[in-house]
Design a protein around this ligand. Sequence first.
Ligand code: ATR
Length: 320
Amino acid sequence: MHQTGSFMHRRGAFGAQMSRFFKAVLFPMGVDFYNPGHLFIVLSAMTDAYAVFGNPIAHSKSPLIHAAFARQTGQDLSYSALLAPLDGFAEAVAAFRARGGCGANVTVPFKEQAYALVSRHTPRALAAGAVNTLKFEADGVLGDNTDGAGLVRDLVANLGFALAGKRILLMGAGGAARGVILPLLEQNPASLFIANRTAAKAEALARHFSDPEFDLAASRPRGGGYEALAGRQFDLVVNATAASLAGDLPPLPNEVFAPDALAYDMMYGKDTPFLAFARAHGARAADGLGMLVEQAAEAFQFWRGIRPDTGPVIQMLRND
Ligand code: ATR
């Protein structure tokens, strides 16, 4: 109730400001509000524009998610999916900003390029080494990474899986894995093991996040190959590899799941060999749709200062 009240109040003040703006600036310029063409141009100019850049991008659910958030919170914004050429990401972002864009999301394969492009990073973007959210500001571009927070929120708030004291196995050592390590460690798990086909990459990631600069109470992460999992059990197993995309299953031992374990695949949209394996071995299985919506909600809050209610949007996408 309180939120609705303060929102209406802001709308009132905003309306008064607009009315002054119309009288002082637009009417003298010859803008005629009874002319639909003029009205459209003025209204488009007033709507804050956001976009997601990727390649490919046609499959993206982000426009649907952000449109739902905007409706729900009464925010006046547009959000479109834009295909950036593989060798033209920076130019595509610059052109969107020049057209008046306020911010953008960035997805595969541009998150590392976005990291290099921005002038300032949030601490979690710095730790992730990748950026999925851009905010255009007068003096530069601020880069954030909302993926890890999105995963943690889906696990804790939506799936009711508290992470403190849990033994976590993270599979993969690419950008997707790196982006979620710090937020997972911040939840104080008992342990975090990073397993990867190329063991050296997992070991390097574990060393990186063991640095005292991260100042974590959690025990330091360890890393290695899948053979190091023999005889070990985990309460949470997160698949951050690209294996599901190819219909593959990382080489997990049959006994990897502790009683009441949760298996989480960051991929969404179809059942994966990993989730089928998890169910066959007694674990609860969850796909990455909740993470997708939660990372979008974090981005929305970063831009607009309002946190949308994600539950109905996750439900909408599940029914889609
Ligand atoms: P992303 O940015 O999505 O993480 P990436 O950086 O290419 O993409 O990383 C892909 C990850 O999936 C890597 O950890 C990769 O393992 P390697 O480092 O050994 O290449 C992992 N991966 C891809 N296909 C896999 C498969 N079939 N089985 C197990 N791991 C796989």
